[in-house]
Design a protein around this ligand. Structure first.
Ligand code: ADP
Ligand code: MG
Length: 777
């Protein structure tokens, strides 16, 4: 029996899904699998678990499981459902890669799809669960797709065993044919229930022309909405963290909100008394930094046509245990430099503001996946009195989180995507147009409380001609080595025959198997078979190449270091960097200088960028033990949320290794000594063992024949299978040293009009004679 607060009950009853409860539950009792569609905000995620709980699905020691493709959603939805049901987080809990609050009493469990995937590995029949909900199936994350395939079989097996389990596939948009018209997946198409949502009409306004600089365009549009149009929240869609923070800062400056002039509002929740402090102060430092980065980039662009990247060393982006949705926000700066942007002293804006006079304060909040969780939660709180809510978001706000009280949507029409070339392995970060389906989702966000407006910063011609209908499933776009290995370790040998909703293409599958074979994870003669090494690689919750490094490091007291490096490389964007060019920039940043000192010399320096990470994380751990982590991160340019994730992953990996190797009792030492020169050398070899397919060689001078070549190709590297030369990215510590043979963590290209340049980063120097031992050819 659930006792809800009256206030909650009233809001709940307004949700469209409530009227369908009976139909849904009856259909579910007659079918093993159902598909539930309905527009964002209709109540699927928050209400479905409650219906199931009240119908007894959490009885008899069973649980209700819900997967989310985004960590943000798993956490925030579990909290919301607990609150609505008046139950504690011991009962309604969540589990994501690094953290969770599940207990033996947990009845409703929110988790990322990667977590459920791991659980299938341990207990193929998922016996703990009476029902699994796969939420946001329309996002077509690679894990969700595989889970659908697996669950289609698990449901049959559980039925056979007389211990039936239900599967509910939930999705926002309506393209469910991949699930229903796929006989390999479901012999009989599962029933589809559509929840009619009370969606108010949204008037869509297209721009007459499509401006290049959508961030500035978004700023102007927001100013106009705020100063001219009636009350109602504004939601702005941009592509990445840097843009979001830039616009937040601009808007806060134009429409200041001061906590001193407003009383703090107190909010009471049932279980605890929380005070909502309406105050921007904890954002200031971060904002300043991002603002300066953007300014530095612009300044640089004015003087020189050059593209630089802002951050260093993301993880190697194989599908590891991390949420796929989080990956697309890596902030490279690959904008056109054609735009003549007049930054701070934009006359047009100043003039506009002058004409508009005074206006009420704007309560401006950022929302993107890398934002700390407690800051993300602020978008659900009421804005301070007499101010208007304005959320500047990436596509996190498209479907997984419904931000209340939005009346105006400003849509850049863009998103940042990581493109992956299946054959060469080159990643490209590109800002592209979203799909029509996504744009319509975004517009829909404005029609929740009443008729709304959506301002599209692009023309209707662009929408009609350049937007695709739907974006393609992730499994067809990304490297799937981790998934393939996981499937093989579960005994699915012929991945080609697996009932995918949409099959990954054959080339991609073959390339994955080839890379896994090189790692020694698959049998040399028969790639359908996993090796013993492959099994142990698969047991680590990291990408296969990192798993290999962990499996290789049992000797010479290298475990601790390898764990630390692997953890650091698995978490994206830890080291922050103001993008000043290593070659020509005479201004070195404080951080860069520090890092140069950290690099040391000899093998330590040759270990390169991973060494910087190792030392930075080691020092951060020490600062943490002294309670000074935050200061340390600011001082050294580390992203704190990233550092904390690395910490959790280190602990997790350490525990797992302890479990496998008796009497080892390794721990995460806050005073880890730096590796000796000999150890650093061995670490270089361990890195090579996982990256033996990512080797590059400097193009020797004598091979640079033509004069022009000589100039252009100096310091360029050659990679087998890739025709164009690549360069070491300026964020690499080895940029000055330019060793002859290197391995790299990632290769990516930056396009600037017709000019295309390829870069590698995350560099370690290697010795050519090691290649015989580790590299295939
Ligand atoms: P759907 O899954 O169909 O998109 P949800 O169940 O996520 O819909 O949302 C239903 C309603 O609950 C929305 O109006 C949303 O704003 C509200 N809601 C969700 N999470 C919170 C929260 N943490 N605080 C307040 N309201 C919330
Ligand atoms: Mg939802």
């Amino acid at each position: 029996h659930v006792e809800r607060d009256q206030e909650i009950q009233i809001t709940r009853l307004k949700l469209p899904i409530i009227a369908e409860e009976q139909v849904i539950m009856e259909t579910l009792s007659e079918n093993s699998v159902i598909i539930l569609t309905g527009s964002t905000g209709s109540g699927k995620t928050t209400q479905m678990p409650q219906f199931l709980y009240e119908a007894g699905y959490a009885e008899n020691e069973k649980m209700i499981g819900i997967t989310e493709p985004r960590r943000v959603a798993a956490i925030s939805m579990s909290q919301r459902v607990a609150r609505e049901m008046n139950l504690s987080s011991n009962i309604v809990s969540y589990l994501i890669r690094f953290e969770g609050n599940c207990t033996p009493q947990t009845k409703i469990k929110f988790m990322t799809d990667g977590v459920l995937m791991k659980e299938v590995e341990c207990d193929f029949l998922l016996n703990k669960y009476s029902v699994i909900i796969l939420d946001e199936a329309h996002e077509r994350s690679a894990y969700t797709d595989i889970l659908i395939g697996l669950l289609s079989r698990i449901v049959l097996l559980r039925k056979k065993k007389g211990n039936p389990m239900k599967l509910i596939i939930m999705s926002a948009t309506l393209r469910v044919e991949d699930f229903t018209k796929n006989a390999k997946l479901f012999k009989e198409p599962p029933p589809v229930i559509n929840v009619e949502s009370r969606q108010f009409p949204v008037t869509v306004h297209f721009n007459k022309v499509t401006a290049d600089d959508y961030v500035r365009e978004a700023l102007i549009k927001t100013i106009k909405i705020h100063t001219k149009l009636p009350e109602g929240g504004i939601l702005i869609f941009l592509t990445g963290q840097q843009e979001v923070m830039y616009l937040v800062k601009k808007l806060r400056k134009l429409f200041p909100y001061s906590s001193k002039s407003n009383k703090t509002i107190e909010a009471k929740t049932k279980n605890e008394e929380t005070e909502i402090k309406h105050d921007y102060s904890d954002d200031d430092e971060e904002l300043d930094m991002i603002f300066n980065i953007r300014k530095a980039i612009k300044h640089k662009k004015k003087n020189k046509r050059q593209l630089v990247s802002q951050m260093t060393l993301p993880k190697i982006n194989l599908d590891d245990f991390q949420m796929p949705g989080d990956d697309t926000e890596v902030d490279f700066n690959e904008e056109d430099d054609e735009k003549s942007e007049k930054d701070e002293t934009d006359e047009h804006i100043t003039q506009m503001m002058g004409e508009l006079g005074n206006s009420q304060p704007l309560w401006v909040l950022p929302l993107y996946s890398l934002l700390p969780t407690h800051k993300q939660a602020r978008v659900f709180e009421k804005p301070p009195e007499n101010s208007r809510l304005c959320v500047v978001a990436t596509n996190v706000a498209e479907t997984s989180l419904t931000i209340p009280n939005i009346k105006y949507v400003v849509d850049s029409g863009k998103q940042k995507t990581k493109f992956y070339d299946k054959v060469t392995g080159v990643n490209t970060f590109v800002v592209t147009y979203t799909s029509k389906a996504a744009a319509d989702q975004r517009a829909g966000r404005a029609g929740r409380i009443g008729p709304g407006h959506c301002y599209r910063l692009y023309s209707s011609a662009v929408y009609n001609n350049e937007f695709v209908q739907f974006s393609s499933p992730e499994i067809q776009q990304k490297p799937i080595d981790g998934l393939v290995l996981q499937m093989k370790s579960m005994g699915i040998e012929k991945v080609v025959n697996f009932p995918f909703p949409s099959s990954p293409d054959r080339v991609q599958l073959e390339e994955s198997e080839k890379r896994l074979k090189i790692l020694g994870a698959l049998d040399n003669r028969d790639v359908s078979k996993i090796t013993k090494l492959g099994q142990s690689i698969a047991s680590f919750p990291v990408a296969p190449r990192f798993g290999k490094m962990l499996a290789m490091c049992h000797q010479h007291n290298l475990l601790e270091y390898t764990i630390c490096i692997v953890a650091a490389l698995s978490v994206q964007e830890v080291l922050q960097e103001v993008p000043l060019d290593g070659e020509n920039g005479n201004k070195d940043t404080k951080w860069k200088t520090k890092r140069r000192t950290m690099a040391g010399s000899g093998n330590s320096l040759l270990l390169g960028d991973p060494m910087i990470l190792l030392k930075a994380i080691g020092a951060a751990e020490y600062a943490h033990s002294q309670g000074k982590l935050q200061e340390f991160c600011v001082e050294n340019g580390l992203r704190m949320k990233g550092v904390l994730e690395i910490r959790k992953l280190r602990i997790q990996l350490t525990n797992e290794i302890n479990l496998n190797i008796p009497n080892l009792s390794l721990n995460v030492d806050p005073k880890m000594n730096p590796p000796t020169d000999q150890q650093a050398k061995l670490l270089r070899q361990i890195l090579l063992s996982g990256l033996s397919d990512q080797v590059a060689r400097k193009i020797p001078d004598e091979e640079l024949k033509i004069k022009e070549d000589k100039h252009k190709l100096k310091y360029a590297y050659q990679i087998p299978e890739i025709e164009n030369p690549v360069r070491m990215h300026s964020c690499s510590i080895l940029k000055k040293k330019q060793p002859e043979w290197i391995i790299y963590q990632e290769i990516f290209e930056i396009r600037n009009g017709d000019d295309m340049k390829m870069f590698v980063r995350g560099i370690t120097a290697i010795e050519p004679e090691w290649l015989l031992k580790f590299a295939p050819s």
